[in-house]
Design a binder for this molecule. Structure first.
Ligand SMILES: NC(=O)c1ccc[n+]([C@@H]2O[C@H](COP(=O)([O-])OP(=O)(O)OC[C@H]3O[C@@H](n4cnc5c(N)ncnc54)[C@H](O)[C@@H]3O)[C@@H](O)[C@H]2O)c1
Length: 355
């Protein structure tokens, strides 16, 4: 099978390229390194592209911009894909307010370019879209919460397993990023429901792993590890540092995509996160990383929450697990953190050896 991965030099895209290449598929990657344009030098993904070129067997890369409709058309005219994994995005909640038009063009317009090219040229292909839990806006904050020593948690037992796909996506504050992704999420569902195409939508919690080109505005856990080890200061915004995120390793994300690709359900939407077991608050993450890294983070508290930020978000994975019972989380939070700390330490050693 020929697999197209957009955003192929990013966290999820690069994991998908390596995974499907290992399975023996021919993989085409599309990434124009726009993460560098969004976030500056620290967001540059070329290191990951070079790594992939060395680590794969049948991978080809195009520095194509998904906003370029003609370019996307040409790519689909010249190659026939059986699976499209769409990960290219402007991925930051906070960044979007500076660049609302670019954010919308990349996230919404870029997505419909790919869906329409799929419909025109390979309508039987499976199309997986990486959406986000920000499509729920701040509606998850309406769930009754209780405050514990180091985190917020859901107050009612019926909410224990987290937010389901039934959470509403309108009449809520999203951030512009949440809106551009919600537009893409809806259009992707429509290609599944209206056209009957094999489209799946995954609403990610915090997707993580050492392959992130982490920056302050995106890649929370890996950025936290980076600043703890490299030095520098870190700001925690609001909710006393007790806001909770659930974290899932990029490998487990790609395994979920693979499960869907083998047995697609047109137009389905799934939450995708590490669930309660992989959930952590800012305060807890800072302390666990300090223990692993053997040094403390220099951080300060800013008593103003980020606009639209979730207080406690845990992905309820019940629907996905019931449709795909052989999928499970293979990396728990401790393993994720250990791997990220080890990878950052290795990078620091190689930087100092190169000096
Ligand atoms: N990382 C998370 O915590 C998280 C959470 C929820 C949802 N998601 C979604 O998952 C997907 C993958 O996220 P990620 O963490 O791998 O992001 P990432 O930023 O690491 O990867 C995205 C890649 O897309 C590329 N790109 C951006 N604009 C492009 C364009 N116009 N044309 C071609 N390539 C372009 C970037 O250069 C980057 O390499 C995104 O859709 C994101 O919104 C991520």
């Amino acid at each position: 099978m020929k697999v197209l991965v957009t955003g192929s030099s990013g966290l999820i895209g690069s994991e998908a390229v390596a995974h499907f290449d290992r399975q023996g598929h021919e993989v085409v990657g599309v990434d124009n390194n726009m993460r560098r344009e969004f976030f500056g030098a620290a967001g540059d993904t070329l290191w990951n592209l070079e790594r992939l070129k060395n680590a794969t067997r049948r991978f080809t890369h195009f520095a194509l911009d998904i906003r370029d409709r003609t370019g996307v058309e040409e790519l689909f005219r010249s190659q026939r894909f059986g699976l499209i994994v769409h990960c290219a995005a402007q991925p930051s909640h906070d960044k979007a307010r500076e660049i609302p038009l670019v954010d919308f063009e990349v996230n919404a317009l870029g997505t419909i370019h790919l869906l329409e090219a799929t419909r025109q040229h390979c309508p039987d292909a499976v199309f997986v879209f990486l959406s986000t839990n920000k499509v729920y806006g701040d509606a998850p904050n309406e769930i009754p919460m209780k405050e514990l020593d180091t985190r917020y948690d859901y107050a009612r037992t019926e909410d224990y397993d987290g937010v389901t796909e039934n959470c509403r996506i309108d009449r809520t504050l999203h951030s512009l990023f949440g809106v551009s992704k919600a537009a893409a999420d809806l259009v992707a569902q429509e290609y599944g429901r209206y056209f009957g195409m094999q489209v799946g939508v995954f609403r990610g919690g915090c997707l993580t792993g050492p392959l992130h080109s982490a920056v302050e505005l995106h890649g929370f856990l890996s950025y936290l590890v980076k600043v703890t080890l490299n030095g520098g200061s870190y700001s925690v915004f609001g909710y006393k540092g007790k806001q909770v995120r659930d974290n899932i390793h990029s490998h487990d994300v790609v395994r979920a995509i693979e499960e869907f690709a083998v047995n697609p359900r047109p137009g389905e939407v799934y939450n995708l996160g590490g669930g309660r077991e992989n959930s952590v608050s800012m305060l807890e993450a800072i302390s666990q990383i300090a223990q692993l890294a053997g040094r403390k983070l220099d951080w300060r508290y800013v008593d103003e929450a980020r606009k639209g930020d979730h207080i406690c978000y845990i992905s309820n994975m019940g629907k996905f697990k019931s449709h795909y019972p052989s999928w499970k989380i293979t990396r728990n939070l401790a393993a994720i953190l250990e791997e990220m700390v080890a990878s950052q330490q290795a990078q620091l050693r190689s930087n100092s050896a190169g000096r």
